[in-house]
Design a protein around this ligand. Structure first.
Ligand SMILES: [Zn+2]
Length: 134
């Protein structure tokens, strides 16, 4: 997923995926990489729960995911969708605004969908597509 981690034992930063040990101090990084996956595991569980209609539980999972990875764009989009299902329009808007602020310019189609959602009053049923990490 193009993630990078910082070595917990030496000043080495931004170690790219594929390094099981620190290139500088040789520290074992395997557990750190496993921890990196946890937000995505929670996210995928939230997607499954939302497909079953367990929106409240899905919201809990996706909030946990965001707490571990505050820049996780798709998690904000999923959370926005879930808040919409629960008729919490204000919270949904907040999530989509946050997602827009994090999305790179290259995500033009997703940005367009989010803008159209935010600009439409009253809020329509448009749901930006989320990418699942399965
Ligand atoms: Zn190191």
């Amino acid at each position: 997923m193009g993630e990078k981690i910082d070595c917990p034992l030496c000043p080495r930063r931004d170690i790219p995926e594929g390094h099981v040990t620190c290139p500088q101090c040789n520290a074992d990084l395997s557990y750190l990489w496993k921890l990196q996956e946890v937000p995505y595991v929670f996210f995928n569980e939230a997607v499954q729960l939302s497909r079953k209609g367990d929106y409240i539980e899905a919201i809990q999972k996706v909030l946990a995911s965001i707490s571990l990875n505050p820049d996780f764009v798709d998690a904000y989009i999923l959370l926005g969708n879930l808040y919409q299902e629960e008729k919490h329009e204000k919270e949904a808007r907040g999530c989509f605004e946050k997602a827009l602020s994090l999305l790179p310019e290259t995500e033009t189609e997703l940005k367009r969908q989010l803008y159209s959602f935010l600009e439409t009053r009253p809020v329509t049923k448009i749901k930006p597509k989320i990418r699942a990490f399965l």
